[in-house]
Design a protein around this ligand. Structure first.
Ligand code: PLP
Ligand code: COI
Length: 342
C-alpha cells in the first residue's frame, strides 16, 4: 500500500524517504554495501568530488502497475551507462549485478513511497557515485562512495502534458570529445547558469547546439529531443556528445516495432526546424518522460510547431501512451524491459 499523500499534486522535488543504499570503495574494492536510514554524507573537506567534481549519477523510475506490482524499466541500461560514466571519469565501475540489486533493495525498502497506479506520480531512483577521499593535486580519488536514494516525483515540467516553450541557448553544453555522452555532474553544473538565464526569460529549458558549428540540434539540459516530420515519422538528432537516453532508445524501438513508424537518426539542422521540416517536437528522458515542445525561440525569432501550444501532437501522444503503457504494465513490454521488484 502506498502512503496516504496528495500524489496527484507532486512536483519534481526531493522528499526524504526511509532507506538508502551505501557502498564504499577503499583499497581497491567495494565493500558489501548496506541499507541505512541516515540521509547525510560525511566526507573530507578536501574530497575529490568537492574540489574537482568527480561525480556521476543515474536516474530511473519505479512504477506501480494496475495489479499492484512494483517494477523498474530497463535498469540494466542504467547500470551499463553508469559503468561507461565511471570509466570516463577514472572511477571504479560499480558492478552491474550489484547496481541492480542495490536498486531493488532501496525500492523494496521504500515500497510505501511508490505512488499508486494512475496517480500521475512515480518513484524516482537516483544512483550516484563520487570521489570521497582528500585530493588536492588534480588526480582521481582513491576512495569512492556509491549511493542510491529514492524520492516520489510528479511531472518534471509544470503543467505535465502541456507543451513547453524553449530557447536556443547561447551557451554550449558539451564539447566535441568532451563528456556530453556520459552522466557526470559536471555537465549539469555548467548548465545551471544557462538554465537560470532561460527561466528568467520565461523559457522552460534550453536547446543546446553543437559547439563546433552551432548549426545542429543536440539536446536539452536534461533530456534528448525527438522530432516528427511531415509524414508522421520520427527523426532523432545524432551527435557523439548527446547523452544516450534510455527513454529515447526505447522510443525508437516502440516507434518502429509497435507503431510501425520510420525512425531516422541523423544530424538535424536548426535551419530545418525554422523552415518547418517538423510538425511535432518532444523532450524525452526519465524525468521528462515525453514533454511536448510547442515553441522554439532563437534570439527573438519564434517557431511554433504545427501541434501548437495547447496539446501534445498526435504522434507524440501515441508514443507517450505506448511508452508509459509499457512502463506501467498496461501494454506488454519487449523481452527484458521490465524488472519486477519483490
Ligand atoms: N539527456 C540528458 C542531458 C539527461 O540528463 C537525461 C536524463 O537522464 C536524458 C538525456 C534522458 O536520459 P534517460 O532517458 O536515460 O533518462
Ligand atoms: C533524468 O531524467 O533522470 C535526469 O537525470 C534529468 C534531470 C533530472 C537531471
Amino acid at each position: 500500500m502506498s502512503k496516504d499523500m496528495d500524489w496527484s499534486n507532486l512536483g519534481f522535488g526531493y522528499i526524504r524517504t526511509d532507506q538508502r543504499y551505501v557502498s564504499n570503495y577503499k583499497d581497491g574494492s567495494w565493500d558489501e554495501g548496506t541499507l541505512t536510514s541516515d540521509d547525510c554524507v560525511t566526507i573530507s573537506e578536501c574530497a575529490c568530488v568537492l574540489q574537482y567534481a568527480q561525480s556521476i549519477f543515474e536516474g530511473l523510475k519505479a512504477y506501480q502497475t494496475e495489479d499492484g506490482r512494483i517494477v523498474t524499466f530497463r535498469p540494466d541500461l542504467n547500470a551499463e551507462r553508469m559503468i561507461d560514466s565511471a570509466k570516463r571519469l577514472e572511477m571504479p565501475p560499480f558492478p552491474k549485478e550489484r547496481f541492480l540489486d542495490a536498486v531493488d533493495q532501496v525500492v523494496s525498502a521504500n515500497r510505501e513511497w511508490v505512488p499508486p497506479f494512475g496517480s500521475g506520480a512515480t518513484l524516482y531512483i537516483r544512483p550516484y557515485m563520487f570521489g570521497s577521499n582528500a585530493v588536492i593535486g588534480v588526480k582521481p580519488a582513491e576512495e569512492y562512495q556509491f549511493r542510491v536514494f529514492v524520492t516520489p516525483v510528479g511531472p518534471y515540467f509544470k503543467g505535465g502534458a502541456k507543451p513547453i516553450s524553449v530557447k536556443i541557448s547561447d551557451f554550449d553544453r558539451a564539447a566535441p570529445h568532451g563528456t556530453g555522452h556520459v552522466k557526470a555532474g559536471l555537465n549539469y553544473a555548467m548548465s545551471l547558469h544557462a538554465l537560470v538565464t532561460a527561466h528568467n526569460e520565461g523559457f522552460a529549458e534550453n536547446i543546446y547546439l553543437d559547439p563546433g558549428t552551432r548549426t545542429k540540434i543536440e539536446e536539452t539540459g536534461g533530456a534528448n529531443i525527438i522530432f516528427i516530420d511531415g509524414d508522421g515519422n520520427v527523426v532523432i538528432p545524432k551527435s557523439d556528445s548527446i547523452l544516450p537516453s534510455i527513454t529515447r532508445r526505447s522510443l525508437m524501438v516502440v516507434a518502429e516495432s509497435v507503431l510501425g513508424l520510420k525512425v531516422t537518426q541523423r544530424e538535424v539542422l536548426l535551419s530545418e526546424v525554422k523552415f518547418g521540416a517538423f510538425k511535432e517536437c518532444g523532450l524525452c528522458g526519465t524525468a521528462a518522460v515525453i514533454s511536448p515542445v510547442g515553441k522554439i525561440t532563437d534570439h527573438g525569432e519564434e517557431f511554433v510547431f504545427a501541434a501548437g501550444m495547447e496539446e501534445m501532437g498526435p504522434v507524440t501522444k501515441k508514443l507517450y501512451d505506448t511508452l508509459t503503457g509499457i512502463q506501467m504494465g498496461r501494454i506488454e513490454a519487449p523481452e527484458g524491459w521490465i524488472r519486477e521488484i519483490k
